[in-house]
Design a protein around this ligand. Structure first.
Ligand SMILES: Nc1ncnc2c1ncn2[C@@H]1O[C@H](COP(=O)(O)OP(=O)(O)OP(=O)(O)O)[C@@H](O)[C@H]1O
Ligand SMILES: [Mg+2]
Length: 353
């Protein structure tokens, strides 16, 4: 969703307003790449208190964002290049193929296509697209279609304007996830699977130089790991969170209590659900894109830090799995640290004009 600007970038801010925490990255352009000026993360709900995700109000973001900007010494009115993102149920992205169409016909044809391909409900649909390439032998066009609603964009802009930030480029989460990988890795052959494991969802992105782009959200994340621990260990939310940070999933599987109840047999753990959904999507992808050259699974987001998860995914999917550190090629001081939870914010900040 690019609102094109012509200013030359000197500094850039990437802002990932997640349902659990806001992540911000402040970069400065250098001759050869980027320098990290600052990074900040704040939780958007009081720590340790159990909540119902659907009860969370979007009013909670602006005061926290204002504090973050202050602490990062960023004057919102002077920010020239801001890139933020929208994601979730009412944002959809899909690669499609059409016959060659001239530009003036493309938009209306795509709007029609989008209604068929992209399930968006709750208000007026907004559409954006990018022509990826035109196939030489068939003259068919490969197009990346993005759809969302006016209401989504409005809610997002409201958070930014409440802290005196002028909305800049608003990107789609899945694209920023892909960019955080593409801008921070040498170009490699093959297909890569990136999982951005958040609090309430996991963005799954399949990215490669040559094969089809694929993105979907899997409805499980860090919050569900905590809920599993609450049940399997009979703990309160706060204690379960603490347990999760200390032990991860290594000791919290459904059979870990040693008793076999109905719940153990019928209910899948969060890691099982995520692995299952990834498997299903890969099966679909292999058929749809006629390619299965999967090289690596890269884990980012707060959930990537969950102990034992990398090993579990690796074993279940039989694809080499790594926690992706997007900070490797970034100029930074020895005090600053790379953190996979910032991957999306970094992908946003590095997006070209
Ligand atoms: N070291 C850690 N070990 C285990 N879990 C962690 C760790 N650090 C963060 N998390 C979990 O990661 C989640 C937050 O991740 P993230 O900031 O990527 O989510 P978000 O972007 O706010 O959420 P969403 O993308 O679902 O809107 C929380 O559930 C948190 O408990
Ligand atoms: Mg997130």
């Amino acid at each position: 969703m690019a609102k094109k600007k012509t200013v030359k970038i000197k500094e850039s801010i990437g802002l990932d307003i997640g349902s659990h925490s806001i992540k911000a990255v402040h970069l400065k352009k250098t001759g050869s790449g980027w320098k990290l000026l600052g990074q900040e993360i704040r939780q958007t709900m009081p720590a340790g208190i159990e909540y119902v995700p659907s009860d969370l109000s979007s009013n909670r973001f602006a005061p926290i964002l204002a504090e973050m900007l202050k602490s990062m010494k960023i004057n919102p009115k002077k920010v020239k290049h801001l890139v933020s993102s929208i994601g979730g149920d009412n944002v959809s992205i899909k690669q499609i193929k059409t016959i060659f169409l001239p530009e003036e016909e493309l938009e209306s044809a795509l709007f029609f296509e989008a209604k068929k391909h992209i399930p968006i409900s709750g208000g007026e649909m907004l559409l954006d697209y990018q022509v990826l390439n035109v196939e030489e032998n068939t003259n068919n066009m490969n197009i990346l279609l993005v759809a969302t609603t006016k209401q989504m964009i409005q809610e997002h802009s409201d958070i930014l304007t409440a802290v005196n930030l002028a909305p800049g480029i608003v990107d789609v989460e899945a694209l920023a996830v892909a960019n955080s990988f593409a801008f921070n890795s040498p170009i490699e052959e093959g297909i890569f699977i990136i999982l951005n494991i958040g609090a309430h969802k996991t963005n799954m992105v399949i990215y490669s130089q040559k094969s089809k782009f694929f993105a979907r959200d899997i409805g499980w994340g860090g919050y569900n790991f905590t809920k599993d621990i609450m049940e399997s260990k009979d703990l309160e939310f706060e204690a379960a969170e603490k347990y999760k940070f200390e032990h991860g999933i290594s000791k919290s599987g459904s059979n870990s209590t040693g008793t076999i109840s109905m719940l153990d047999i019928t209910e899948k753990t969060t890691e099982e659900q995520i692995a299952l959904e990834v498997k299903r999507s890969l099966r679909f992808y292999v058929k749809d894109a006629s390619s299965s050259d999967f090289r690596k699974i890269l884990l980012v987001g707060g959930g990537a830090k969950l102990k034992g998860l990398r090993e579990y995914i690796n074993e279940q999917l039989s694809i080499p799995t790594e926690i992706f550190n997007p900070f490797v090629d970034l100029e930074m001081s020895s005090k600053q640290e790379g953190d996979p939870q910032f991957a999306l914010a970094l992908g946003l900040a590095m997006r070209p004009e």
